[in-house]
Design a protein around this ligand. Structure first.
Ligand code: C2E
Ligand code: MG
Ligand code: MG
Ligand code: MG
Length: 287
């Protein structure tokens, strides 16, 4: 038996964990190479007007590798990229690719109301002093209108605000970019930031949507969030809508926008364009 605490610590390192550490190490090495070679892809999940069914925007979701089988879920490699700092390069790449793609899509679908682009931005990116420049450069290079760019942050960013983060967000707002709180309701932040922080959109986390319409408490929570948002003049997007009864209830309680497999999965740009043409036909902007 192990006698020193050091040895005990080592003995607690079970073969299972050891495999996990090795796998993690390999995954990290693969991620290093992928970042330097830009071997990623971006898919676009439509955001729809729940009652009318038309597409109002697209959320960019990174994919790795871009092609081939065996994709690694973002839920696995994004945290790793955050730890290693790779998220800065990866995030900047996603921003460039997605703004270029959406500008192209908007150009190809002139006559329709231009769909917006929503990009996930991790806590570490918000702390990068170069982030604001990257966004401005992406807008300038692609010609995407700032008013059709939305940046998503999580409650953890709002909890650990700094003057530098606030200044970046203020500058982005002045440029016309919209700010959305992703996975709303899952963090531990106070509601005060909804009042004193320049937020435009709340995205209600899928875990709340999963429980409706069958769970009255979840229904009450979602209804409460929608009313709160209305009162504060914020837009609401329900995430992870998979079934029609969810859609019906959300429409009933006045939740205007949603995303989910019921409407569309994350799509290639080409498929996204096809869905927009199909769903928005007859709703073309005048002129
Ligand atoms: P998220 O931003 O909350 O994105 C929503 C996730 O839910 C996406 O998973 C999407 O594919 C999935 N989803 C959408 N509708 C449904 C549905 O009806 N049912 C189910 N079961 N799932 C649905 P994905 O693409 O695996 O991304 C997971 C998370 O990884 C994202 O959560 C986001 O936090 C992060 N992520 C993805 N792309 C990026 C990126 O480019 N940058 C950063 N920083 N994070 C990203
Ligand atoms: Mg998101
Ligand atoms: Mg989310
Ligand atoms: Mg998330």
């Amino acid at each position: 038996a192990a006698k020193t605490s050091g040895k005990r610590t080592w003995r607690r390192f079970r073969p299972q964990q050891r495999i996990r550490v090795v796998e993690r190490h390999e995954l990290q090495a693969r991620l290093d190479r992928a970042v330097s070679k830009e071997q990623f892809g971006v898919r676009y999940q439509p955001v729809v007007d729940i009652a009318r069914g038309d597409v109002v925007g697209f959320e960019a979701l990174v994919r790795w590798p871009e092609l081939g089988s065996d994709p690694v879920p973002p839920g696995q490699f994004i945290p790793l990229a955050e730890e290693t700092g790779h998220i800065s390069a990866l995030g900047a790449w996603v921003l460039r690719r997605a703004t270029a793609d959406l500008a192209r899509l908007q150009h190809r679908t002139q006559g329709f109301d231009p769909p917006y682009l929503s990009v996930n931005v991790s806590a570490r990116q918000w702390r990068d002093t170069s982030f604001l420049d990257e966004v401005c450069t992406a807008l300038d290079t692609t010609g995407l209108a700032a008013g059709t760019l939305q940046l998503e942050l999580t409650e953890s960013v709002l909890m650990r605000r700094t003057e530098q983060i606030d200044a970046q967000i203020q500058a982005l707002k002045e440029r016309g970019v919209r700010i959305a709180v992703d996975d709303f309701g899952t963090g531990f932040s106070s509601l005060r930031y909804l009042r004193d922080f320049p937020i435009d959109v709340l995205k209600i986390d899928k875990s709340f949507i999963d429980g409706i319409p069958q769970d009255p408490q979840q229904v009450a929570l979602v209804e409460g969030i929608v009313h709160l948002a209305d009162t504060l003049g914020l837009q609401v997007i329900a995430e992870g809508i998979e079934e029609e009864p969810q859609q019906e209830l959300l429409a009933d309680i006045g939740c205007r926008y949603g995303q989910g497999f019921l409407f569309a999965r994350p799509l290639t740009l080409e498929r996204g364009e096809a869905v927009l043409r199909q769903r928005n036909d007859g709703r073309r902007a005048a002129g």
